[in-house]
Write a protein that binds this ligand. Structure first.
Ligand code: PEP
Ligand code: MG
Length: 598
């Protein structure tokens, strides 16, 4: 973890203080530090003023050498990222290498040099601009994001043509910084000396952007989707990045800086403790269970390091993302799931079947949908691509021979979908049995409760599955009709909305009545205030990003469940999220001073 307490953090004399700018928190925790602005300089800034080439043959030779230099830089970066962050993080360089190795691309640029008699830099820009136009017209978010790879490569080749180094000294940061950028391509994030990065604040990006993933796995607070007000802050000014609340504070005053330093200091002290507390027990002696959410295998060693009791949610989407453009084979998936099963240890691992489609990664060539979040996503997509789904399920079953594996179905809306998925699981079991391949025949099958219809038929689902996993991220999105990744409606994404609280209460009562466990795996579980409300509603199982586990263990061990239940009861009677907020701000420090008075 980076160190935080820079003694010279003094607000700048000009401008309004404590300006809160809301964005989307994509990595929890808060920090405060001086801003390092990384402006992705416009490609045009690297172009020579003179467009015309004196001698096209000379330009073509310069171009070829620049491609070689750029390629070597990318290879070195890929190597460094693989060593420092794990191979899972190095995959995005493959796309850059593919472009730099593409003879068609080089030939295209050479053609422009010859026919238009322009300098190599201008020819690179012309060709890549043409490619960008195509990508920008694509509706699919994932494919459109690949356009940023093209810009990244173009920028690198143009730098190489100017004889400038590919890296910009970012790997040798001397001080701790908060990195602020409108766009932060993964290759730039990877160039940073992450041991000096206290936080990320960006205009673009989403929960699944690679920078967000890196931030989460290293426990660096990050907020994306910020507006101009935040992006105008200049290098050297102090800024708070609060990834838990999803905001930054521009020009923080001294009291605000002190409050955040204290909070961050507490978080760091918790993280530096060698042995995290084994258990999370409330003051009245009730044991809660805290598991880890994991996205990529590079995060697996965090499970034990942060004292998680197994893996509560393994998001398989990233495995598919990493193997783009093809799909991972059954054997490849089995190998990864076996590692996940082993990392889950005796407490086991819950592997969620792919939650692809919609606004996430598509399978194959699909028509773009007008309402992707309401389209062919998750289990719907799985059931409509039976071959892909079967090999996925077979891989999970095969891994269940290696450890305690549970299977989790995303975005279930009614029992028919659960039955259809169970039929596939049963048929894959029969097939493996016939082939003599071992698996756990008693493997538990769980349902994500993340759409309103699943809440309303929770009793029916509970009768036919082994456990519930509550995906509060989607549940809030669908209950409140607020797109979870649209920054324009981000202030309306209200976890404490009375409708959300009522839904959560309804689900926990349904699971209790059916005698099955319910685990909360959405982001609410890793927020101290929300976790307190969840305990009050009756939840005692949570799964969260591993770096939040120590903090939530501390919260839980400061709670009395009767007191938390009466507070949750009062929250349920409120009429607005703001009323609930006010109630909690007033009551939490009074009722649970062990944690909330820090
Ligand atoms: C959720 O929706 O809360 C959840 C845990 O799943 P994801 O964030 O992957 O959609
Ligand atoms: Mg979800």
């Amino acid at each position: 973890m980076p160190s935080s307490e820079s003694p010279a953090l003094v607000p700048s004399p000009s401008g309004e203080r404590d300006v809160r700018v809301d964005g989307i928190g994509v990595s929890t925790g808060a920090s405060v530090g001086r801003v390092l602005r990384l402006d992705q300089r416009d490609i045009a800034a690297g172009l020579p003023p003179d467009v015309n080439a004196d001698d096209p043959a000379v330009e073509i030779e310069r171009l070829r050498q620049a491609f070689v230099r750029a390629r070597n830089q990318v290879l070195a970066l890929k190597q460094r990222v693989a060593t420092e962050l794990g191979r899972g993080h190095a995959y995005f360089f493959e796309a850059h290498l593919l472009m730099l190795d593409d003879p068609e691309l080089v030939a295209d640029v050479e053609r422009v040099i010859r026919t238009r008699r322009v300098k190599a830099e201008w020819a690179v820009k012309a060709v890549l601009d043409r490619m960008l136009v195509v990508y920008e017209s694509v509706k699919d978010d994932y494919l459109r994001e690949r356009g940023s790879d093209i810009e990244d490569v173009a920028r690198r080749v143009i730098r190489a043509l100017a004889g400038r180094p590919g890296t910009s000294g970012l790997a040798r940061l001397q001080h701790d910084v908060v990195v602020l950028a409108n766009t932060l391509p993964p290759s730039t994030a990877a160039e940073l000396d992450l041991s000096h990065v206290l936080g990320f604040a960006t205009g673009d990006g989403g929960f699944t952007s690679h920078t967000a993933i890196i931030a989460r796995s290293l426990g660096i607070p990050a907020v994306v989707g910020l507006s101009e007000v935040a992006l105008r802050v200049t290098s050297g000014e102090p800024m708070v990045v609060d990834g838990t609340d999803g905001c930054v504070i521009v020009r923080p005053s001294k009291p605000v800086i002190r409050r955040y330093l204290r909070q961050h200091g507490l978080q760091r002290r918790l993280e530096e403790m060698d042995e995290p507390p084994e258990r999370a027990r409330t003051l009245d002696g009730h044991l809660c269970m805290l598991r880890a959410n994991v996205e990529i295998t590079a995060e697996l060693d965090l499970v034990r390091r942060h004292g998680a009791r197994g893996i509560g949610l393994y998001r398989t989407e990233f495995l598919f993302l990493n193997s783009q453009p093809s799909l991972p084979t059954e054997d490849e998936q089995t190998r990864v799931f076996e590692q996940v099963a082993e990392a889950g240890g005796k407490h086991g691992a819950t592997i969620r079947t792919f939650d692809l489609g919609g606004d996430k990664l598509p399978i194959g060539r699909v028509e773009s949908e007008q309402n992707p979040a309401l389209g062919q996503r998750a289990l719907r997509l799985a059931l409509s691509t039976p071959d892909v789904f079967r090999s996925h399920v077979r891989a999970i079953l095969r891994a269940s021979a290696r450890g305690n594996v549970r299977i989790l179905l995303p975005m279930v809306t009614h029992v028919d979908e659960l039955r259809a998925a169970r039929a596939v699981i049963d048929s894959c079991m029969e097939e493996l049995d016939t082939e003599g391949i071992p698996f756990d025949p008693r493997l538990a099958v769980g349902v994500m409760i993340e759409v309103p219809s699943a809440v309303l038929v929770a009793d029916q689902l509970a009768a036919e599955c082994d456990f519930f996993s509550i995906g509060t991220n989607d549940l809030i999105q669908y209950l409140l009709a607020v797109d979870r990744s649209n920054q324009r409606v981000a202030p309306m994404f209200a976890p404490l909305h009375p409708a959300v609280l009522r839904a959560l209460e309804h689900v926990v009562r349904a699971s209790e009545a059916a005698g099955i466990p319910s685990i909360v795996c959405g982001e609410m579980a890793s927020n101290p205030v929300h976790a307190t409300v969840l305990v009050g509603l009756g939840y005692d199982r949570f799964s969260m990003t591993p770096t939040a586990i120590r903090l939530i263990k501390r919260v839980i061990s400061s709670l009395d469940r009767d007191l938390a239940a009466s507070l949750a009861g009062e929250a349920l009677r409120c009429r607005t999220a703001a009323e609930v907020d006010g109630l909690l701000a007033r009551e939490l420090p009074l009722r649970f001073p062990g944690f909330f008075k820090v």
